[in-house]
Write a new protein. Structure first.
Length: 199
């Protein structure tokens, strides 16, 4: 079996990162649940899209494991990932959140999240429509993690559109991670029960 998949205590074989990224095979319950039900699952639900976008903003320059560990703090800080509510937040909210230890306290990323919420509620075509435009269904799962790209021509094009709509922290790499998260591509690796063609 590839080192890029692990079999958890529940007998389910998943992408290795779903075990918390340490490769110990013991699993991380929250990470495994996210992998099983969210990551790579096609969605255009606004709250799911805004959550994925926000996690991607905070992941820039950081590890997924660190950002995922702050997920619930980010959910509280950004009003259950309701873009319309976040779009109404102000500079005072930014100042308050910079002091919130339950999240990653980057002023630039916090402000970008407010700006992204404003873009999401006003831009046309909508983020959900754009996700559907750039969605690609791969026939075969990547053999291993090394086969998974960090960006693609689609993510480069998507990033340009998003920047033109006023989104921030949306480079080709972060946009590709967003596409993976919302199921625009399926990058579960071969052997994972959620890989393309599995089951």
């Amino acid at each position: 079996m590839s080192e890029d998949v692990i079999t958890g205590p529940d007998g389910v074989t998943r992408c290795a990162w779903a075990g918390g990224g340490d490769g110990d095979g013991n699993g991380d319950t929250a990470m495994s649940a996210y992998h099983d039900a969210v990551w790579g699952t096609p969605t255009v639900a606004p709250t799911a899209l805004f959550e994925a976008l926000t996690l991607g903003v905070f992941e820039v320059g950081m590890s997924w494991k660190v950002v995922f560990g702050k997920r619930e703090g980010l959910r509280r800080a950004f009003r259950d990932f309701d873009a319309a509510a976040v779009a109404k937040m102000t500079g005072r909210d930014v100042d308050r959140l910079v002091g919130d230890a339950s999240i990653i306290r980057s002023r630039a990323k916090i402000q970008a999240t407010l700006d992204n919420a404003r873009a999401m509620v006003s831009a046309s075509p909508t983020l959900g429509e754009l996700v559907q435009t750039y969605a690609r269904q791969r026939r075969r799962a990547p053999r291993m993690l090394a086969d998974v790209p960090t960006s693609t021509p689609d993510s480069e094009a998507f990033a340009l559109v998003l920047k033109g709509q006023g989104y921030r922290f949306v480079g080709p790499t972060s946009v590709y991670a967003f596409m993976q998260n919302v199921g625009a591509v399926n990058d579960h690796v071969k052997g994972c029960f959620r890989a393309a063609g599995a089951g």
